[in-house]
Design a protein around this ligand. Structure first.
Ligand SMILES: Cc1ncc(COP(=O)(O)O)c(C=O)c1O
Length: 429
């Protein structure tokens, strides 16, 4: 906080452009924290919010329901193979807390006492609340709370760029999978395996190799471990498909959505469960099988209405096809980006790109600075008309999904200029 003596105040936004109180414009290369789909001030979504807010702004989901929440739930179940019911919350971290409660209580509901542990992968990220921090433990973010977090069983994830010495990329993937299987086979105490679907975002833009997620899904079935997927950042087209777990040929028991669910206009998240999980919560009141969980704004009708409209727009505009086409613009920049002497690796899928910056390409030493790298890139980005946020030594490009090809071209050129102008500040110690 000490470094940030003044914050840039955003006063309006249109399309992919953010405008601050001084009239400066920045292209939103972060999709306002990875959630914006259609750009800002989309008339259709704004109208939906206006119309719904005239009818019903909020009513509780305790004993009640509302039409937008019901319609949205039907749509979500329809697009999510294997899923049966929806539980709403208002942010991704809560959606993950709910996933964990579903999974842990499921085993209690069916009378199993031994399945109490949660397995995860290293550097996964699932949000900032205590359960989410426990299963998504990124040491730099959460080290200060380590004593208070519950323990999990963590497994490594293959990262092509940083494959440990002595392994080929595919050997290492097999090694990771073998470790999981060995542990599953050793003791029957794991309630659920929790991971991001398709790629790790905050943990360093690590895109899973083919078959990795599918194989874990199969291992979960084989050893009777629930499979919980977090699609909060990677679903809804970010990696080029509507439902990432489908593309990965994996079969979760529980899945969480958030971020782009409302197009980035309202705060809402959802946890979906299959029938097996749902049915385990049914019983007479005095059997106490029900889930004690609910938030004030659960199923908020304005958020649900805009999410429902957003989903309709995906279909109507064939957005997923468009994303796949626009994504090729990223590819056309590979050469130009890798020519920069501090670029160590480029990781790209769909509308996500992570550019890993290093001081020494052969040793892969990350760039560093006494000042926050994030702040340096923010300031240099602002000068180049682009809003950027880095994660450690990784520049993340996460634009609104409906960005046009020429806008994406401009975004990438601005990102390159920013890396070049920030370079002297992050390679000198
Ligand atoms: C994969 C993943 N899960 C969960 C979350 C938490 O979502 P929220 O910030 O809405 O609590 C995030 C946020 O970045 C995320 O990337």
């Amino acid at each position: 906080m000490k470094e940030w003596d003044e914050f840039t105040k955003i006063t309006s936004a249109k399309g992919v452009w953010l405008t601050d109180s001084k009239g400066n414009k920045m292209i939103d290369a972060v999709a306002s924290m990875w959630c914006n789909v259609w750009g800002h001030s989309n008339p259709q979504l704004v109208r939906t919010i206006q119309n719904q807010s005239k009818k019903l702004q909020h009513s509780s989901m305790f004993n009640l329901t509302n039409e937008p929440a019901e319609k949205l739930a039907e749509s979500l179940v329809r697009i999510s193979p294997g899923m049966y019911k929806v539980f709403y919350s208002d942010n991704g971290s809560s959606a993950m807390e709910i996933s964990l409660k579903f999974a842990l209580q499921y085993w209690k509901n069916i009378g199993s006492k031994k399945k109490t542990k949660i397995a995860t992968v290293e550097n996964g990220y699932h949000g900032d609340t205590f359960g989410a921090m426990s299963v998504g433990y990124v040491p730099e973010f959460f080290g200060k709370f380590k004593q208070q977090l519950f323990s999990t069983i963590q497994f490594p994830v293959p990262n092509k760029y940083r494959t440990p010495k002595g392994y080929t990329v595919s050997d290492y993937q097999n090694h990771c999978l073998e470790r999981i299987e060995k542990r599953f086979a050793k003791r029957d105490d794991i309630a659920a395996f929790v991971m991001e679907s398709g790629a790790q975002m905050a943990g360093g833009v690590i895109i899973y190799p083919k078959r990795f997620q599918k194989k874990i899904s199969q291992l979960c079935k084989k050893y009777d471990v629930l499979f919980v997927l977090d699609e909060i950042a990677t679903g809804f087209g970010r990696l080029g498909s509507m439902v990432q777990y489908e593309e990965q040929q994996s079969k979760p028991d529980i899945v969480a959505y958030g971020k782009m669910l409302t197009g980035g206009y309202m705060t809402m998240a959802a946890t979906l469960a299959n029938k097996k999980i749902y049915d385990s919560f049914l019983g007479e009141f005095n059997e106490w099988r029900h889930l004690f969980h609910g938030h004030t704004y659960t199923g908020n009708p304005i958020a649900a209405a805009v999410a429902y409209e957003n989903l309709k727009m995906y279909k109507k505009n064939n957005l997923i096809n468009k994303v796949q086409k626009t994504s090729k613009i990223f590819e056309s920049f590979y050469d130009k980006i890798s020519e920069i002497d501090i670029v160590g690796d480029i990781r790209h899928k769909g509308m996500l790109m992570g550019i890993e910056l290093v001081r020494d390409k052969s040793k892969k030493t990350p760039i560093s600075s006494k000042k926050s790298i994030n702040k340096i890139f923010f300031e240099e980005g602002k000068k180049n008309g682009i809003y950027l946020r880095t994660l450690g030594n990784i520049v993340m490009l996460v634009p609104p999904l409906a960005i046009s090809e020429s806008e994406l071209d401009s975004l990438l050129n601005r990102a390159i200029s920013t890396i070049q102008s920030a370079k002297p500040m992050v390679t000198r110690i």
